[in-house]
Design a protein around this ligand. Structure first.
Ligand code: ADP
Length: 282
């Protein structure tokens, strides 16, 4: 299965004085597996793109094929509701939207809205907590008294509760410390490797993507400027800089050592491996 974006243009406030073209004739084909990173400077169209993938907005022109749905103008509301259970979206700072006192109530909220039966709710809440690396001991805890890292995981669990095939996360590590950022990276890999999910991450953190992503899409000014494996994308330092983006620190450092010392080094995501490689070669 693939995610296909076909000739998608999105214009906010179309046919008014305030028309704003956020995406312009975007075409993209993505393997529906693995971890996909979306990068781009502010205003490049990242939020618009992920909202289109979950039909929070529909394209002005073109269509999106995702998880057996066809997102286009005038699609049926029933299809949109079904789609949102297959393609989950976690907003930036999702814990700011908590409004239920306990973890159980917060995570089960959407299932209750869709009138799932109690035993099913219990099972799916429990599974969602396991997916995010927590367990049933959290069920009666007060969401507002958890650590910020735990709150973020609970917010992700409340989207995973539908067991979506695809999960989209907008700046999932914003505001997290190093320890919780590492926990998130483990979560993304676990969702991919153990649960076979497609994980789409919008982030400014190219260093994180260099460690966990399988595919990167770079946007600028409503257009895709680069799309490929992380090695393919991150070797284009000049192009990335031109579009207000940077390469991961480890890639930049490896490049400098290669240029200054004239040695051949492999591509590493772990600094320790890079240092060993440098000692071997320099
Ligand atoms: P990013 O997520 O990369 O910051 P966005 O998708 O939010 O980019 O924005 C892309 C463009 O669309 C920007 O020029 C932005 O000002 C415009 N835009 C975004 N949302 C709206 C909106 N609701 N109404 C009008 N213009 C918008």
């Amino acid at each position: 299965m693939e995610i296909r974006i076909n000739n998608v243009t999105h214009i906010y406030n179309e046919h008014t004085l305030f028309e704003e073209t956020a995406l312009e004739d975007v075409n993209l084909s993505l393997d529906e597996k693995g971890i996909i990173g979306i990068i781009g400077k502010s205003g490049s169209g990242k939020s618009t793109l992920i909202q289109l993938l979950n039909a929070l907005i529909v394209p002005s022109y073109g269509n999106v094929e995702i998880a057996d749905f066809d997102i286009k103008k005038n699609m049926k509301v029933k299809n949109i509701n079904d789609l949102r259970r297959k393609v989950g979206l976690v907003f930036q700072f999702p814990e700011e939207q908590f409004f239920n006192p306990t973890v159980r109530e917060e995570v089960s909220f959407a299932l209750k809205y869709f009138r799932y039966k109690n035993d099913r709710i219990h099972k799916q809440v429990s599974e969602a907590l396991t997916m995010v690396g927590l367990n049933d001991s959290y069920l009666e805890r007060n969401v507002f008294e958890l650590s910020s890292g735990e709150q973020r995981m609970i917010a992700i669990a409340s989207v995973m509760v539908f067991n979506p095939k695809i999960i989209i996360l907008d700046e999932p590590t914003a505001g997290l410390d190093y320890r919780n950022k590492k926990k998130f990276m483990n979560l993304a890999r676990r969702l991919r490797d153990r649960y076979n999910k497609t994980v789409i991450i919008v982030t400014h953190d190219v260093d994180m993507l260099n460690v966990i992503a399988d595919h990167i899409v770079a946007l600028d000014n409503g257009k895709i400027v680069l799309s490929g494996s992380k090695n393919e994308v991150f070797k284009n330092a000049t192009l990335l800089h031109k579009h207000g983006l940077r390469v991961p620190k480890i890639v930049e450092f490896t490049g400098k050592v290669i240029t200054e010392k004239g040695v051949i080094l492999g591509r590493h995501t772990d600094v320790k491996d890079l240092i060993k490689d440098i000692y071997r070669n320099v």
